[in-house]
Design a protein around this ligand. Structure first.
Ligand code: HEC
Length: 98
C-alpha cells in the first residue's frame, strides 16, 4: 500500500535532480534579465550582448552580475544566490557564439 504513496514522491525527487541547470537559468533569466538583455538573449539593444560574453570567464560574469556594472547594469547580490548565478551562467554559455 505505501508504495502508492512513495511513487510520486520519488518521481518528484528524481526529476528535480535531473532538471537541467541551464533550464533553471533560463527561467531566472526571463524573470530578471530579459527586459534589458533581450528575450532568448536576442536583440539586447543598449545592454551587453550576452551571446558574445567570453565563455571562459565565469569570474567576470559572477562579479558583474552580483555587483553590477557601469551605470546600467544593476547589482543582483540581494536577489540572486550563487546557485542562481551558476544556473544563469549555464544558460548564457549554452547560447554563446564563441
Ligand atoms: C536594467 C537593465 C538590465 C538588467 C535588468 C540586467 N542587465 Fe546586465 N547589463 C545591462 C547594461 C546596460 C550592461 C552594460 C554595462 C556596462 O558595460 O557599462 C549590462 C552588462 C551585463 C554583463 C556584462 C558585464 C561585463 O563584465 O562586461 C553581464 C554578464 C550581464 N549584464 C548579465 C546580466 C544578468 C545575468 C542579468 C539578470 C540577472 C542582467 N544582466 C540584468 C543592463 C541590464
Amino acid at each position: 500500500m505505501s508504495r502508492f504513496f512513495l511513487f510520486p514522491i520519488l518521481f518528484t525527487w528524481v526529476s528535480h535532480c535531473y532538471a537541467d541547470s541551464s533550464e533553471i537559468g533560463k527561467e531566472i533569466y526571463h524573470e530578471n534579465c530579459a527586459t534589458c538583455h533581450g528575450r532568448e538573449m536576442q536583440k539586447p539593444g543598449l545592454a551587453f550582448d550576452l551571446k558574445k560574453f567570453p565563455k571562459n570567464d565565469f569570474q567576470r560574469f559572477q562579479n558583474s552580475v552580483l555587483n553590477g556594472k557601469g551605470g546600467g547594469m544593476p547589482a543582483w547580490r540581494s536577489k540572486l544566490n550563487e546557485d542562481d548565478v551558476q544556473s544563469l551562467w549555464q544558460y548564457v554559455i549554452s547560447g554563446s557564439e564563441n
